[in-house]
Write a protein that binds this ligand. Structure first.
Ligand SMILES: C[S@@+](CC[C@H](N)C(=O)[O-])C[C@H]1O[C@@H](n2cnc3c(N)ncnc32)[C@H](O)[C@@H]1O
Length: 276
């Protein structure tokens, strides 16, 4: 790609990306675009953003769009990110759900990246079962979704390198919930079998998902416009059971975008609860 991006091409690309996945680039992300698309453009022999965009628009199956979105998304994640959602889940929400004797409990990790978030939830389930035997929880289903097929494939395998393993895991959890071999670690079957994976674009309709007791939609709304945040939060509210819980990222808020939740503090962070 030439070193300077044509401003019209950058603008056209920004519009196209927003339509495809909701990500709003803003005015000064030319460097990010060049950096993230460099490999793909080289692979396809494209020397300008316009040429890439034209091909993506011509392709009826959307495969190139998918590759572009894949390259442009930020997949930063870690185990038990920020701690408080997982503490609140174990100590406040799960005991409350267990008391209701529900036939099943459904949790959605709505932008799951490489899988650390849904597997951390699965580990919390195992810890809950061990620590709160008087109120057992049966039939827990964790749905993990993301727009990126690449991260989903990785997440489904549940295999992590030493760098990922060094981020957010206590040594006890590492010993209990992983099988390690040749410098790689795989999440144990007991936790993996609770989680199912699916490709879902948050800015498109969520089909046939049913209702969830808890939704994690963390560190993804920050990339979207205010209108998209509002739309997604309303649709997440529709996907929650009455009184269901929503966790957002530490720097994300609801107040300006949706009035269907009450906000409270628990275990050091914000918890959003669907109003009945
Ligand atoms: C920064 S990661 C957050 C991962 C995890 N929730 C956490 O908090 O650690 C953001 C994830 O959102 C996904 N994403 C971006 N746009 C999306 C969209 N429109 N629909 C679904 N997922 C999206 C990206 O692929 C990426 O994996």
């Amino acid at each position: 790609m030439s070193s300077e991006l044509n401003p019209h091409d950058y603008e056209a690309f920004s519009r196209y990306l927003k339509e495809a996945c909701g990500i709003v680039l803003g005015d000064n992300k030319q460097y990010l675009v060049q950096n993230r698309l460099h490999g793909l453009m080289k692979e396809l022999g494209k020397d300008s953003l316009r040429a890439l965009l034209d091909q993506a628009k011509r392709e009826p199956n959307g495969k190139l769009t998918q590759k572009i979105v894949d390259a442009m998304t930020t997949n930063e994640t870690l185990w038990f990110r920020d701690q408080y959602p997982f503490e609140a889940l174990k100590r406040m929400i799960l005991p409350e759900l267990a008391r209701q004797n529900l036939p099943r409990i459904k949790i959605w990790s709505a932008a799951c990246s490489y899988g650390q978030e849904p597997y951390s939830i699965g580990m919390i389930m195992e810890e809950y079962r061990r620590d709160y035997r008087r109120h057992p929880l049966n039939n827990v289903q964790i749905l993990a979704t993301d727009i990126s097929p690449t991260v989903l494939k990785h997440a489904q395998d549940g295999i992590y390198d030493s760098l990922s393993m060094g981020r957010g895991l206590s040594s006890d959890r590492r010993a209990e919930f992983f099988r390690e071999q040749d410098g790689k670690a795989q999440v144990v079957e007991q936790v993996r079998r609770m989680v199912s994976f699916r490709e879902i674009n948050l800015i498109k309709p969520y089909m046939n998902l049913g209702k969830f007791h808890v939704i994690f939609c963390r560190n993804v709304l920050i990339y979207f416009s205010n209108e998209q945040k509002q739309d997604i939060l309303n649709r997440l509210a529709d996907a929650l059971e009455p009184n269901g819980y929503l966790f957002l990222g530490g720097s994300e808020s609801i107040t300006r975008h949706c009035d269907r939740f009450t906000v409270s503090r628990a275990h050091g962070g914000m918890v959003f609860r669907l109003k009945v």
